[in-house]
Ligand binder design. Structure first.
Ligand code: FES
Ligand code: FES
Length: 178
C-alpha cells in the first residue's frame, strides 16, 4: 500500500497505486480543497506541493508519490494565515474560488524560492486557468504576499472560515408564502 506524508502526517492509502494522486487525496484522505478541473494537466486546479514543488496531482499516480511529502491547500495553513491566502483575499483575487487552491499552491511554491517576483515571474510560475479572469489581481496578490514575507508590509488577517449567523441572516432573503 502506498504510504506518503500528507500535510506532515504519514498516510497509508489502501487504494489502487495507479490512480491519480488527486483522487487519493480527495476520496481517500477527504482533502477536498484540491480541485478537479480538467484531468489533463491544463488547468492547475489540482496543484499540490510535492517535496516543495507545485505539481498537478491529476498527472501523478499514487505510486509515484510514494515516500514523498505532499502539501495540499489544507496543509498550507489551517487558518488562512499563509501570506498568499491573506493577500488573495485582500486583493479580492477570488471570485468563484474554484481555481484558488491551485493558485495558492503555485504562488506559495514561487515565493518560497523568489519572494520578489516580477509580473512575468508570476505569470510563468502561476499558469493556472481561472474562468473568472482574476489574473491582474492575482499578480498583485502574489507580489503583495511576497512583500509581506519580506517584512515590508502587514496584511490584515483573512476572515475566519465559516459564515456567522448574522451574515447568513443578512444574505438569505426572507421566504414568502406563495
Ligand atoms: S485537474 Fe489537473 S491540471 Fe486540471
Ligand atoms: S475565481 Fe473562479 S475560476 Fe478562478
Amino acid at each position: 500500500m502506498p504510504s506518503l506524508m500528507v500535510n506532515d502526517r504519514p498516510v497509508e492509502f489502501r487504494m489502487d497505486p495507479q490512480i491519480p494522486l488527486l483522487w487519493a487525496l480527495r476520496d481517500g484522505a477527504n482533502l477536498t480543497g484540491t480541485k478537479y478541473g480538467c484531468g489533463t494537466g491544463d488547468c492547475g486546479a489540482c496543484m499540490v506541493l510535492v517535496d516543495g514543488a507545485a505539481l498537478r496531482s491529476c498527472l501523478i499516480s499514487l505510486a509515484e508519490a510514494e515516500g514523498r511529502s505532499v502539501t495540499t491547500i489544507e496543509g498550507l495553513s489551517r487558518d488562512r494565515s499563509h501570506p498568499v491566502q491573506q493577500a488573495l483575499v485582500a486583493e479580492q483575487a477570488i471570485q468563484c474560488g474554484f481555481c484558488t487552491p491551485g493558485i495558492a499552491i503555485a504562488a506559495a511554491a514561487l515565493l518560497a524560492r523568489n519572494a520578489d517576483p516580477s509580473d512575468e515571474d508570476v505569470k510563468a510560475a502561476v499558469p493556472n486557468l481561472c474562468r473568472c479572469g482574476v489574473y491582474p489581481r492575482l499578480v498583485r496578490a502574489v507580489q503583495r504576499a511576497g512583500r509581506a514575507m519580506r517584512g515590508l508590509e502587514r496584511i490584515a488577517a483573512a476572515p475566519a472560515p465559516g459564515i456567522s449567523p448574522e451574515d447568513a441572516g443578512a444574505s438569505v432573503p426572507a421566504l414568502r408564502a406563495p
